[in-house]
Write a protein of this length. Structure first.
Length: 442
């Protein structure tokens, strides 16, 4: 093909051109940023705002100022539950104040009133080809519900700018209310008997999800509460949050925007990392047919690195310590099933792999992130991520259910504050080369 041949002939020249530019002039400033940042995915460029969450390199995520341990302690719980209500978390994300139990339950009640999934959504999912991945279905289901958008209807009717946030809130409550049932249906469609899970009006948002997943162990409800809290938000610069904000800045409604964010979450460098971390653990276990000895695990880790691969679940773009979200899951597993083989292996990796990465000398951050252990906990309860035929990624759907809480809360505030259309300025490589040349001349 002429087109392909032409492009192939240009690629080596362009790659070398960019490499030289970065090597020789990467620290040259273009405006307020360096050429290295322009070409490096805007890493560390401070150009977004959110008051809902922040990540400190040495402390981890704070949601509305609270650390993960503080959230798990201070958010309201139902009597007998180990973990807090997701409704309380959503109240905190939106309002910025810790809720009372009554206020958390009010959010839960709103979700219950709005939780019925239109039949056409299930019909759309059932019409998709058998090889469609769970995240494809999840994004499609969210997009299919766009016709329900109150925000879009009110915009078309000429709503005032100052009222936009109220309809974004209505849409956000409607959408998030339905996501547990949609996720459970996708699981049943891909790995079960394709039934539509019935909701239980007596259960909370997270507990209902656990019940609809047909996991018999009641402890799974508490794991779901924990999982949905710790994955809910992580600043605005990660791909799912940024993509949702970017699309929302055009005044697209929350369905369009969240579907876009979920498409970003599906990538191996973002939400799909949890599946890759579990796959690596299973590869270790399969090789030895058991939980290996520490020295065997150390050798397996070195073998992985020597082939040019990374150890999934270790390292983070911002954090320079063990991710508190990893710690919360690790503590949950140690408390409830410390002898589960895959969890035991994940805990051993935590002891062994950081030392290997430090010895290798390439990793700035050798510590585990949230993905390193989450799959091991899901697997303990029999929740699959793959059917063995190439259909995989349900764990990322779980991530998406949770992340929708954070991105939708941010979307409400973006409309409340009238945040503008996002439109950065792009430059050509030639322009950057000219800036570098002028800077050197000076």
């Amino acid at each position: 093909m002429i087109l392909k041949d032409k492009l192939a002939s240009q690629m080596p020249v362009w790659r070398e051109r960019v490499r030289n530019l970065l090597a020789e002039s990467g620290d040259v400033k273009v405006g307020e940023v360096t050429i290295k940042q322009v070409y490096g995915g805007m890493r560390d460029v401070k150009s977004l705002v959110t008051d809902i969450s922040s990540v400190d390199p040495n402390e981890g995520i704070r949601l509305r100022g609270y650390t993960i341990p503080e959230l798990l302690e201070k958010l309201p719980k139902l009597h007998g539950d180990e973990m807090p209500l997701a409704g309380g978390l959503y109240y905190l994300l939106l309002v910025g104040e810790l809720p009372s139990l009554e206020e958390a339950l009010e959010v839960e009640e709103e979700w219950k009133k709005r939780s019925t999934v239109p039949q056409y959504v299930y019909d759309v999912l059932c019409a998709m080809p058998p090889q469609a991945q769970p995240m494809t279905l999840f994004s499609q289901a969210i997009l299919a519900m766009q016709s329900e958008s109150i925000f879009t209807r009110k915009y078309d009717e000429g709503m005032r700018k100052d009222d936009q946030w109220t309809y974004m809130l209505e849409d956000s409550l409607d959408m998030t209310a339905k996501l547990p049932a949609i996720a459970a249906f996708i699981y049943n469609l891909k790995y079960g008997d394709c039934h539509i899970p019935p909701a239980n009006p007596e259960l909370d948002w997270s507990g209902n999800f656990a019940a609809m997943m047909c996991v018999e162990d009641e402890l799974y409800a508490d794991l779901s509460r924990l999982y949905f809290i710790i994955h809910s938000d992580h600043e605005s610069g990660n791909v799912s949050a940024h993509a949702t904000h970017l699309v929302g800045s055009t005044l697209s409604d929350i369905y369009y925007a969240t579907s876009a964010g979920m498409n970003g979450l599906a990538g191996p460098l973002h939400g799909r990392a949890n599946q890759e971390a579990l796959s690596w653990l299973l590869d270790v276990f399969d090789k030895y047919g058991r939980v290996p000895e520490p020295e065997e695990l150390r050798q397996f880790a070195w073998d992985t690195l020597k082939t040019g691969h990374v150890i999934p679940g270790y390292g983070h773009a911002v954090l320079r310590k063990t991710d508190p979200r990893f710690t919360a899951q690790h503590e949950f597993g140690m408390k409830h099933f410390p002898n589960d083989p895959i969890f035991k292996l994940a805990a051993m990796v935590y002891d062994v792999v950081p030392k290997v990465l430090l010895e290798q000398g390439k990793a700035k951050d050798p510590w585990p992130n949230v993905d390193a252990i989450s799959g091991a906990l899901q697997q303990h309860f029999g929740v699959q991520d793959s059917d063995g035929t190439g259909v995989y990624g349900f764990y990322t759907v779980l991530f998406g259910v949770s992340r929708a809480l954070g991105v939708s809360a941010n979307a409400v505030w973006a409309r409340a504050l009238g945040q503008p259309l996002e439109r950065p300025k792009s430059l050509t490589t030639k322009m950057l080369e000219e800036v570098a040349t002028k800077t050197k001349a000076v």
